[in-house]
Design a protein around this ligand. Structure first.
Ligand code: PLP
Length: 433
């Protein structure tokens, strides 16, 4: 299958090139030239398949032409070494828990898949060393870094906004060592993302080193995120509740929801999507006005969604052929400030005993605010609440327990390279590498 750029100013490329390059030469995002529709038989039997089995079928529809079956199967099975259970929170409202992976956030799925696929392609190309640049608002850095840790031939640079990620998030990518370098940028997530994008466009850097990106702009990261939408559906089908499924996605860079939109195009019967924003409401405003006006991100307690210019908006526009009307027909928006997010988290905990994280709380709130009678709602619980221990403990007035998996990270020693947000400093740093 070929992959074209959303800017359509460069020729389509192979999967291998799309994965290795990350961003297209015209700064566009790669899109698969076709979205395969899965057969009715797949949906009929979906509730009899394991998460890994159904995900392999989804992966095969996209990547089957380009990767040998046994290799693709191994990558999928290896990536999904953990479950994403659907948990009932209250009548007709379900949490799709995406935090049971190694770094306790949904980004483990895309991060692990991409790490494995990239390593495979690099080996196939006979390349010596590839440098992966990844900007993070908190959770991407750890998922990608942990996915690539110790992989030969890959150097990872995690760019993160100084002081704007939680302590546990920071520890998850600053303590690893080996082939992982944490770059602590004196700026916001948008500044980090801009540094990554500028690096790809820079001729000197290109001549000096092979660069690729692991942000959700990379097709190998965002497409695998469609797996768990199918799995959510299968879990509802098992209890005879899959007929009218609405999915709410707490959104920042919009990679996660875009994967859901792809799942729908592949035939998954999702009635409607809700994109829930924190105060960074660019998409919410776009739905209201038809105008996309990026602006600098503001920091919130749902920090992984603090994005002022969501990358994957370009993919959504492309998917809907720039039709504002068509986008509004499939997706509605929502925006909540910190106090609304905190109230939701606290109330749900008091009333049901279910502990949300701030991102999940944003998703939960939009879902209960917008769900219609007869619909079954699923919100994506994108991270474990203990990743935001201080915030969540303060909101509920009780200490949040840290699971062992996360405790292990806290013991390491933080190591990072301080960096200003101007591109010349970052470029010079990479040039001496
Ligand atoms: C990254 C992240 C989000 C936002 O996901 P996008 O794909 O960027 O929209 C939401 N919640 C958590 C916990 C995250 O880490």
């Amino acid at each position: 299958m070929q992959y074209y750029s959303t800017n359509k100013k460069v020729a389509p490329v192979s999967l291998q090139k799309a994965v290795i390059d990350g961003l297209a030469g015209d700064r566009g995002l790669y899109m698969p030239e076709r979205i395969p529709v899965l057969p009715a038989s797949f949906f009929d039997e979906i509730d009899t398949l394991s998460f890994q089995e159904m995900s392999y079928k989804v992966a095969d529809a996209f990547f089957g032409e380009d990767i040998e079956p046994e290799i693709l199967k191994a990558i999928v099975y290896d990536t999904l070494s953990f479950d994403t259970p659907l948990v009932k929170v209250k009548e007709n409202i379900y949490s799709l828990e995406l935090f049971h992976g190694p770094t306790s956030a949904f980004k483990d799925v895309g991060g692990r898949f991409m790490a494995r696929l990239l390593a495979y392609f690099i080996k196939k190309q006979g390349q010596k060393e590839v440098n992966v640049l990844v900007a993070t608002s908190g959770d991407t850095g750890s998922a990608v870094a942990n996915g690539f840790l110790g992989v030969e031939g890959i150097q990872v640079y995690v760019l993160y906004p100084k002081g704007l990620v939680s302590e546990i998030q920071e520890k998850q990518f600053t303590t690893l060592g080996q082939n992982i370098t944490a770059v602590e940028v004196d700026g916001t997530f948008d500044d980090c993302q801009a540094l990554v994008k500028s690096s790809f466009m820079d001729a000197d850097l290109k001549a000096h080193m092979d660069l690729t990106s692991a942000n959700s702009i990379n097709v190998a990261r965002f497409l695998p995120q469609s797996f768990y939408y199918f799995y959510a559906y299968a879990q509802l089908k098992k209890i005879d509740k899959a007929d009218s499924m609405v999915v709410c996605v707490p959104s920042g860079n919009f990679g996660n929801i875009t994967a859901g939109l792809f799942a729908k195009r592949m035939g998954l019967p999702i009635k409607h999507f809700i994109a829930s924003n924190n105060r960074n409401d660019i998409f919410f405003k776009y739905l209201k006005t038809g105008e996309y006006l990026p602006k600098p991100s503001v920091s919130t307690i749902a920090n992984a969604m603090d994005v002022g210019d969501p990358s994957n908006f370009a993919r959504i526009l492309d998917l809907y052929e720039n039709s504002h009307e068509a986008i509004c027909a499939d997706i509605s928006g929502a925006t909540y400030d910190d106090s609304q997010i905190a109230d939701t988290l606290k109330n749900v905990y008091t009333e049901t005993g279910y502990l949300l994280d701030p991102h999940g709380a944003c998703g939960y709130r939009a879902l209960v605010d917008q769900i219609k009678p007869g619909q079954i709602g699923v919100f994506l619980e994108t991270a474990h609440p203990a990743k935001f221990k201080d915030t969540v403990s303060e909101i509920i007035g009780a200490e949040v327990k840290i699971p062992e998996r996360l405790q292990a990270f806290m013991k390491g020693q933080k190591l990072s390279v301080p960096m200003s947000k101007d591109f010349e400093s970052f470029k010079n740093y990479l040039l001496v590498k």
